[in-house]
Design a protein around this ligand. Sequence first.
Ligand code: CA
Length: 216
Amino acid sequence: MSKHFSFAAEAEDDSDVVFRDVITLALLGFIALVIILLPHINPPEKKRTEQEVAAPGSVMIEARWDDDIDADVDLWVQGPQDRPVGYSNLAGEVFNLLRDDIGFRNDASQLNYENAYSRGIVEGEYTVNLHMYFNRADTWPVPVTVLVSTVKPSGTTRVTRQILVSDVELRRLGEELTVFNFRLDADGELVEGSVDSATRKLVTSATGGYNFDAYK
Ligand SMILES: [Ca+2]
């Protein structure tokens, strides 16, 4: 009997130890979980900087030509009191040329598309030109659509509004065509009566001695 009781007592002790171990492990597990989750509970709200809230508007200029024509058309743009921006002058004070398209070469997108984007909407005179740089396809004319849009912040989003569009044709190698001259006011609105296509030369030669002819 005593042996039996002894076994029973031992068994009781063992189960007690196991029970306490389980509690301890569960507690440790819970503490570990809390430590792991602590940084994620009530994360500090991402503070928007003044600059993010008051993101500046932009002027976006796009040129799109026939995707089936292996031609290198260049978009050249000039913002107020800025220098001309195109493939050989990629950045100015106002504009950046974001995408230079040289036709079918080095182009996975199959699009014939160039665009320039401004930093802010600056009041004043803008000019948009096209330059027929090279036409490997030797297909003429090359139809090009040119779009001018403003992108303005509106609450937490941005609103893109097309303000000008024109379909033009390039007819010879080296041709430089002024598509638009226009003015924007201080609110980034098109000034009525300011749009024309009087010729203004923007194409300037490459700086830094880069051999762009290698892409022809
Ligand atoms: Ca080009």
